[in-house]
Design a protein around this ligand. Structure first.
Ligand SMILES: O=P(O)(O)OC[C@H]1O[C@@H](O)[C@H](O)[C@@H](O)[C@@H]1O
Length: 282
């Protein structure tokens, strides 16, 4: 026990041997896995889970946990050739989803409950020095997730949040730029609205989106505030793709959408500071 509002626990949900930290603030709670430095749960008030965790998620055999808020770093998707000069076989979405992070700071006061986790990465294929990445999770009336790296290097990052939604067919994500890269077709598209809906596989990169995005689904609403980003990714694998993803059951695609806050630019080697804040049922 660190103190009454920050506690260590072994296991969360069916991931019964996973080392985790639980934060509490008033009636709100959050659970963070040290494996992946990954927020797994955010309950702003009793019984209302904002995040989705796959019932088939596992953390053994070097598998990233499917659900919560995975941290994709230092590349998003397959590594760009600038980050993979030797054309090695590298994991999708970077290397820190499968690393154990350390708890480095904790703080409670009458405004928030906060922990800081860090991970040091050696031997990136394009950068010989070790690099430290820091995750700060602050629970108050909202859940704020900051990811930071003080080193100047080429780096991409995404907070790949999985949101619980009651009804996929009644889910809207808005406002989004009309223009997006459609990863399903590989084409650049110009939509007719500023809303994403889900009637088939959705895998889109929106460049320079607004700082405020809303997920509206039946009677639930989540407001996402983002800073330091240059892109938002919206993803739902739909039925066919789900069948090929080991840690998703066939119908799980009906239960979540991913809305990801990302910085994807690779033009300049720069430090990193990205934030995604979740405000539920505002
Ligand atoms: O299976 P992973 O590595 O967690 O990736 C899941 C999805 O993550 C999204 O961010 C990508 O846009 C998708 O293309 C990808 O399929």
């Amino acid at each position: 026990m660190v103190n009454e509002r920050i506690s260590h626990q072994i296991g969360f949900n069916h991931l019964c041997d996973l080392p985790c930290i639980k934060l509490q603030f008033g009636n709100a709670s959050a659970v963070i896995s040290l494996y992946g430095g990954q927020v797994l749960s955010y309950v702003p008030k009793a019984e209302e889970e904002v995040l989705w965790l796959s019932p088939k998620a596992t953390w053994h055999n070097n598998t990233p946990i499917r659900g919560g808020v995975p941290v994709c770093w230092p590349w998003f998707g397959p590594a760009d050739s600038r980050l993979n000069p030797m054309q090695m076989s590298l994991p999708n979405h970077g290397v820190v989803r499968t690393m154990l992070w350390q708890l480095t700071e904790q703080r409670c006061n009458n405004k928030y409950t906060r922990v800081v986790l860090a991970v040091t990465v050696n031997g990136l294929p394009y950068h010989s020095d070790s690099v430290t990445l820091q995750l700060t999770v602050t629970l108050s009336d909202t859940l704020s997730i900051d990811i930071a790296c003080a080193d100047k290097l080429l780096q991409q990052v995404a907070l790949h949040s999985y949101f619980n939604i009651p009804k996929l067919e009644q889910t809207l994500v808005q406002p989004l730029p009309q223009h997006y890269l459609d990863k399903v077709s590989g084409k650049s598209m110009m939509g007719t609205t500023t809303t994403a809906e889900f009637t088939s596989e959705v895998d889109r990169i929106y460049q320079q989106p607004a700082d405020d995005i809303h997920i509206i689904s039946a009677n639930t609403r989540v407001h996402i505030k983002q800073h330091g980003h240059d892109a938002t990714i919206v993803w739902n694998p739909w039925q066919d793709k789900s069948r090929h993803i080991n840690d998703l059951a066939d119908n799980n695609y009906l239960e979540f959408v991913c809305v990801e806050t990302a910085r994807l630019q690779l033009d300049t080697a720069a430090p990193l500071q990205l934030n995604q804040t979740l405000i539920a049922d505002y």
